[in-house]
Design a binder for this molecule. Sequence first.
Ligand code: GLA
Length: 691
Amino acid sequence: MITIDGNTYHLQGDAYSYCFYVKNGKLLHGYYGQRLEKFVAVCDAPMDDFAAYEYGEFGRGDFRSPSIVVRDNGGIATDFQFVSHEILAIKPRIGMPQLRGEHQTLAVYLRDEKRGIKLTLFYTPLSQGLCRSAAIENESAESVFVDKFLSTCVDFPSGEYDILHLSGRPNKERDIVRERVSEGIKTISSTRGTTSHEHNCFCALLQPEANEEYGNAYGFNLIYSGNFAIETEKDALGQIRLNAGEQILYGGWELNAGERIYTPEVVCVYSAKGIGEMSRQFHTLYRKHLLDPRFVDKIRPIVINSWESVVYDVCEETMFRFIENAKGLGIDTVVLDDGWFGKRDNDDCSLGDWVVDKRKLPNGLQAIIRKCKENGMKFGLWFEPEMVSPDSDLNRLHPDWVLQSCHRESVQFRNQWVLDFSKKEVVDYVFASMKKVLDENDISYVKWDMNRPLTDVLNAKKYRAYMLGVYDLYERLTTSFPNLFIEGCSSGGGRFDPAILYYSPMIWTSDNTDAWSRTMIQHSTSLCYPLQSMSNHVSACPNIQTGRTISFATRGTVAMMGCLGYELHVENEEERVAVRMQTATYQKDADVILTGDLYRLKNPFTDGAFAQIVVSEDKQKAVFCYVRKDSEPTRGKIVERVCLRGLGEDVLYKAEETGEIQTGKTWMCVGVQLRLEKSDYACASLHFSAV
Ligand code: GLA
């Protein structure tokens, strides 16, 4: 709800209020937190260098990190003054992925008269969170350079806060970092042209005492897949400014006279009930307003992917065996990963040549697809659309299509270059070559990979233009093939962000398929992203990333907390039985897992155990899983007690596996008694139904 009372703006969701007001022509931040019925501005707030501003500016007396910097020959200082406001019936279309739907939006117009620049701040209050973005328009006669232009700024009153963010590396995505915000500036960012493995475009500011269940938590997540920056700055009064948005890199972004640019959107979620509630609000908000309505809340195809077991040794015989072995196991789709095109016997050639390698597949993909159908399954295929190998026909034909600058040969990563997706002809070409494969073959699923960062980018503006090219290809594919399911991937989970989620309802969470590593990766990913966005595969042991051997049951239990899939040759009868059981168990309650409310009960980073429960929206069903890292010496089986969360207190639930019936309150207060096998990485799962 948007309420405007004189010079005061009050935005409300179900459980939050966000307020600001105009004083002496400037926008001052008023309040962000628990929902208030009414907000009255503190009108004697001093307008000095410590004032809480709604959007930080540079050069006129506010010395904290600004949200906008615009440079021209006249200088760098800006002075945006309030002009007017408007309530828009629909959120502006910003030309890139954004929250869907036609939501009422407050637009606040500001102008720097001397510089001739117009700034608009957009606020869209949704039930679970506030969506913010901004636009600038160059109304002067000269071009200007935009050095910084962020989506959101929040000035928090003085007090102690922790910042929680997700940092990592390939195979170890999104480790949780939590530390006290201290004096000075801290920036979490990516300059890789992708969201990156190293930092996710998410952070939360937390009351220091906040945990899963208690305390104030403010989450921020940028709907963008390229360079970003999230800054926190603590000033001398102990106030904290949080700035978040796309990072415009060195040299600035030239904005010609008459031109306008939008920032990507930032989703701001506030919870007074701890980190768990913050996560659930993000999940609900993304299910309602971000994910593709064609796929949202639908059971994801259970895939078997060829990568870890077949690697580049693709051939008809191997694939036939792979498919036959997957028959009758409850698997929907066989995904042929890398190695099917050009002359791709290893990673040093052929990216860009999206033509079947007839040496390996003499009868084309058709023969493979026929085999899948005969065995009751659909077919999916891997592409890495944004890339080109130096050794490829595409590069020989169009060497000028590579991202390149300063007349230098571009840097190679994994023996590959990045195509310049800011050029329409490049996107046209890639789309046409993918379309040909998709037109000629019955393909229901594509895995879109992206395996290296951007380098040799000409200038700051090109980074955005590149991302727009990527989104354009996504648009064309999803429009031309409305039933095509596109899984996102970037060397595992290197581009796990809301903008990719807008198109890809599910993203490969990590190349690390080790079940214990995955407990951590899935736990941290769920801080912001819903379980239905996480693609999890059971793979062979010893695990190729960690060398660890973990039971098939535990591998399945972990993979089921999201979108279950497989990535191994199912060759022996024992595994066949296990897969059949897992897919059947999963399918029975997949709707609960994918659409229910998630409660994280144990934190694998700190508790030596992973435990989650997902409770259906109507509280009639719940799925619980548990994995314990180390075995302890005991006489009998290891007994562990875990108190559940999220159940209806007075509802009677039966645990299917044990037959035990208790009220939700008992399950939550007394807990479940788990009898675990005496082994490391022992697991348990329980399915609850109201009786
Ligand atoms: C990346 C992906 C893997 C696999 C390989 C293929 O590493 O993350 O899942 O597709 O590329 O080369």
